[in-house]
Design a binder for this molecule. Structure first.
Ligand SMILES: [Zn+2]
Length: 345
């Protein structure tokens, strides 16, 4: 019964993938904190109880325990299970697409890195350097696993994507980590980077719009308060008929004003403006105190003639996850997408 045999293989690949996903959860949690990956058993974050080996079965344990710690009944984030299931599904997709081959091996390592960097990007707003370096190394491996792709296509893939993404980064939105991720992936995927980038940017943009729409009410309140705090602070400090934009950001739950870009002629004592006013910054930090520490915001306060005219506030979004979805789709179906697109022309 070849069908049954095939189904069993698929299930085994999925289970193997979800076990790797379980390991990825450890990498996601521990590497940014520079903790050992291998040493130290898993423990509950709430009660500290060491988790029993039979409670560490991917997906199943979490479902069986109803998403709670067996010992203290504290809620355990569903994300661990999502990561396990997603890794299992991507391993399965790589098997269905490439069969058991070196190409499949490269694909599953690539997908694992994409999952890790997406989660770390969500948690810390940063794509770790070791992930993008690893992708570039995988790119070198594809010279051997995909010999039909000419060497220059790897270089074209990197350059063709690095330039527009570097420009996007200059105008804000994307970060340096996003550019590195796309350049390294372009080096690995060659032309397949083009559909990947298009899909990734669309998903990232939609995600950004949803985040900022859901933040709208909160933003309106915070903007009013920012205005209230800034109004007395700028009063009497500006020169006549002058205007400026004060730019600041919230990072790791702290407010930082970018004093380097103050328009010197707009202020009567520009040097004093560049000194950090701790009390004032504390008031600004307190304003956003109720927001999760891993959320980053950028604000622009428009000031004119000693008064605040307008405040803009925007949450910075992690582009990594959106780009990663595009990259995974491109790695699996890039050739098919390009072919269909060329047929349309
Ligand atoms: Zn517990």
């Amino acid at each position: 019964m070849p069908e049954l045999y095939y189904a069993v293989i698929c299930i085994l690949v999925f289970i193997f993938g979800s076990c790797i996903g379980s390991f990825l959860n450890v990498v996601i949690y521990r590497t940014p904190l520079i903790m050992s990956i291998v040493n130290g058993p898993s423990h509950c974050f709430t009660c500290g109880e060491r988790i029993k080996p039979y409670d560490l079965i991917p997906i199943v344990s979490w479902l069986f325990l109803g998403g709670k710690c067996r010992n203290c009944k504290a809620k355990i984030s569903g994300r661990y299970t999502v990561v396990e299931a997603l890794t299992g599904l991507l391993f399965l997709a790589a098997y269905l697409r490439f069969d058991f081959s070196l190409q499949m091996l490269v694909a599953v390592i690539y997908f694992s890195l994409l999952i890790v960097l997406s989660c770390i990007d969500i948690d810390h707003m940063e794509i770790p350097y070791w992930c993008t370096i690893s992708i570039a190394v995988l790119g070198i491996a594809t010279f051997f696993t995909e010999p039909q792709m000419p060497w220059w296509e790897h270089l074209v893939g990197a350059v063709v994507i690095a330039v527009p993404f570097a420009i996007l980064a200059l105008f804000g939105g994307m970060g340096g980590g996003d550019v590195q991720l796309m350049a390294a992936s372009g080096f690995m995927l060659g032309w397949k980077i083009v559909p990947s980038a298009v899909i990734g940017v669309i998903i990232g943009a939609v995600y950004g719009v949803i985040i900022n729409l859901s933040d709208r009410k909160l933003n309106r309140e915070k903007k009013e308060k920012l205005k209230e705090i800034f109004a007395p602070w700028v009063e009497g400090k500006m020169t006549e008929n002058s205007k400026d934009i004060i730019v600041g950001e919230y990072e790791y739950g702290k407010c930082k004003i970018d004093t380097e870009i103050f328009e010197e002629s707009a202020w009567t004592d520009p040097e004093a403006m560049k000194n950090h006013d701790e009390e004032f910054e504390n008031a600004l930090t307190e304003l956003m105190g109720d927001i999760p520490k891993n959320h980053e915001y950028v604000f622009r306060v428009f000031v004119e003639n000693n008064a605040v005219t307008k405040v803009k506030l925007q949450r910075r979004i992690a582009f990594g996850p959106g780009l990663a979805v595009g990259l995974a789709i491109g790695a699996l179906f890039g050739e098919t997408i390009i072919k269909h697109y060329l047929d349309l022309l």
